[in-house]
Design a protein around this ligand. Structure first.
Ligand code: GFB
Length: 309
């Protein structure tokens, strides 16, 4: 991927896309093609086709998606399956039509069966039932992997897929109900501290285990794989370590300086009991994450304070 290559980052304003943009700019890439939602609706087949025909990108990072936390996935399930299927079908098909040299598709660790053996190996895909709260999103992301594999198989396209674990970091969405657990709790603990509240209520039982990766580390892994990986099978991207949600809540309380107590609302869903990626494959290719959770949470909190003063 030459420094002057024409690279389309789909979803460059989101958590992942903005981190990929930061990485490419830091590496000296000068020919990035970027479109906001107002400029290009990625669910619109004709608009995407026209855009690819006019711009002819050489490389594509497919980071655009309808995303959210456990509640958003559950409540907006029709939007999650429809929009994600449309975005990835349109971009992958147009990339084939316009002879894109290489495309990297981003999925999610929720593609794996709810009760698959931990840590989750790449080859446990489609071996069991999915977690119901994010079935719509997972089915769309599995379809994205299969699109890349089938376009590779039938047409010889160099389209690869990566499956990140739960992500966080600068550029996240801090919606009180629809976001993922880290940004939701950063906001809730910060607001409780500012209002002098004695207690913060978190969702579920606190017992599920999750693995969290700082988004700039993910962007580095995507950048590395765009240069080095050319196989059909998707690649897990994580840290290889997980924590309970209770431990995460305590870490966020400490990061934000909230001194009160934490209670749990078990009427809210826990989701899948554990989601820890097996990192043997990416580790064997020489990549490891750099940012540990404590340090990453500090940067994420600074980002929140900057963006929501
Ligand atoms: O981050 P989260 O929504 O993602 O929730 P999932 C993780 C865990 O944190 C769940 C608990 O057990 C939640 O019950 N939790 C506690 C909270 N308090 C809160 C809160 O205030 N907000 C949120 N959101 N959670 C999503 C999938 O699942 O992960 C997506 O639905 C995607 O499809 C994404 O894969 C990475 O890990 O449960």
């Amino acid at each position: 991927m030459e420094k002057s290559a024409k690279i389309f980052i789909a979803g460059h304003l989101g958590l992942v896309g903005s981190a990929i943009k930061r990485r490419l700019e830091a590496e000296g890439y000068t020919n990035l093609i970027l479109r906001t939602l107002d400029e290009l609706d990625l669910t619109n087949q004709q608009a995407v086709r026209d855009f690819f025909a006019a711009e002819q990108p050489q490389y594509v990072f497919l980071a655009a998606a309808k995303v959210g936390g456990i509640r958003a996935n559950n409540v907006y399930s029709a939007q999650f399956i429809y929009e994600n299927l449309m975005i990835e079908s349109n971009i992958i098909h147009s990339s084939w039509e316009q002879k894109v040299k290489k495309l990297l598709f981003l999925g999610s660790s929720c593609i794996y069966p709810k009760l698959a053996p931990q840590p989750l190996k790449e080859d446990c895909l489609l071996t069991g039932l999915l977690e119901p709260t994010n079935e719509a999103y997972a089915i769309a992301k599995i379809a994205g992997i299969k699109l890349c594999q089938m376009y590779r198989k039938q047409y010889g396209c160099n389209f690869i897929s990566v499956m990140p674990t739960n992500l966080y970091g600068p550029g996240d969405t801090y919606h009180p109900e629809d976001s993922h657990v880290i940004p939701a709790l950063i906001r809730r603990f910060h607001e409780a501290k500012m209002q002098g509240l004695a207690e913060v209520v978190c969702w579920g039982t606190g017992s599920p285990r999750r693995e969290f990766l700082y988004v700039d580390d993910l962007a580095h892994a995507c950048y590395t794989l765009m240069h080095t990986y050319n196989e059909a099978e998707h690649v897990n991207i994580g840290t290889g370590a997980d924590q309970t949600i209770k431990e995460i809540a305590e870490m966020i309380a400490e990061t934000t300086g909230f001194k009160g107590s934490i209670s749990w609302d078990s009427s809210k869903p826990d989701g899948t009991p554990q989601k820890l990626l097996d990192m043997s494959k990416l580790h064997s290719l020489g990549w490891r994450h750099k940012t540990e959770l404590k340090e990453g949470l500090k940067i994420a909190y600074e980002d929140f304070l900057k963006r929501y003063p």
